[in-house]
Design a protein around this ligand. Structure first.
Ligand code: AKG
Ligand code: FE2
Length: 284
């Protein structure tokens, strides 16, 4: 697709699908990583005598979830090896991300990066939309119309995601919607997320299921109203999400990057992962 058509569609819909973005060899390697860590999917939480569930660590990667029905997130997956490092500035999407975030002005960073594995009954609640006054849900500069996207989610399918597989869902164009989605409205006030007792996002009015083949990428503004439908099929859905933002948006969970990884990264990748190098007095 030519650049003008792509820009038009991203502005209009708030998302793009990049077909075959990831090579078969890289998919194999990432799926092998998941196979090798299957025990963490089956038993993601360490109890260690503590009644509160805690994540388990694989080196600098931590198992995590926002809500149990979301499945298991392997947070800071960039620490998982070169195939995951490659995704930081992957040629299939990095130039689009830079353009829409307007990185020449805003810089570029990754707000959060994780691999998600979600089984039967798993889903995501409905969240976000044009009504939300959240700092990183900007889309364009109001006065000049220039790109100023506060967060772009790059969601990568590691296996096929079709009907019943718990696909991502979104409402095209809802990043510009001034009306509050009925499921996000309480007493005339808009929520970011529906109530935690809420239902799978797939059943919300106007939601569209986004089917992806392994290797496809769904690139979308976080401002769009979205979530994931319930997985009704057996087996597990495998995805990776890298969220890109201006460098002024701080890390969501603030995982500290290992020294090994920092040393290994190319200058371009390091500038995204550590856009503001720490400043310390000479003695520290
Ligand atoms: O897991 C999904 O399908 C949706 C993920 C999502 O909401 C996000 O990446 O912001
Ligand atoms: Fe989301």
């Amino acid at each position: 697709m030519d650049n003008n058509s792509q820009d038009y569609l991203f502005d209009l819909q708030g998302y793009l699908v990049l077909k075959n973005a990831i090579s078969a060899a890289d998919l194999r390697e990432m799926n092998q990583w998941i196979n090798d860590h299957e025990s963490y999917v089956k038993e993601p939480w360490s109890t260690d005598g503590d009644p509160k569930k805690k994540g388990r660590w694989i080196g600098h990667i931590e198992t995590h979830t926002y809500n149990e029905e979301n499945g298991v997130n392997f947070q800071s997956i960039i620490e998982g090896g070169s195939v995951f490092e490659k995704l930081i500035d992957h040629p299939a999407w990095i130039d689009l991300v830079k353009k829409y975030i307007h990185s020449s002005v805003n810089g570029l960073s990754i707000h959060e990066n994780f691999l998600n594995v979600r089984g039967p009954g798993g889903y995501l609640h409905i969240h976000c939309g044009g009504h939300v006054p959240l700092s990183y849900l900007t889309f364009r500069q109001n006065n000049t119309g220039e790109w100023m996207v506060g967060q772009i989610n790059v969601l990568m399918a590691l296996n096929d995601i079709g009907d019943g597989d718990g696909p991502p869902v979104l409402i095209p164009g809802s990043h510009k919607c001034t009306e509050i989605h009925p499921r996000l409205e309480v007493d005339g006030r808009g929520l970011i997320y529906d109530d935690v007792s809420g239902k799978p996002a797939g059943t919300a009015t106007a939601m569209q299921e986004m089917y992806l083949k392994a290797g496809d990428v769904l690139l979308f503004t976080d401002a769009i109203t979205h979530g994931a439908a319930e997985r009704t099929n057996p087996g597990y859905r495998r995805t990776i999400v890298y969220r890109y933002s201006p460098k002024y948006v701080r890390e969501r969970l603030n995982y500290q990057i290992s020294e090994d990884l920092l040393q290994r990264l190319t200058p371009e990748r390091r500038a995204i992962i550590e856009p503001n190098a720490p400043r310390r007095p000479p003695s520290a």
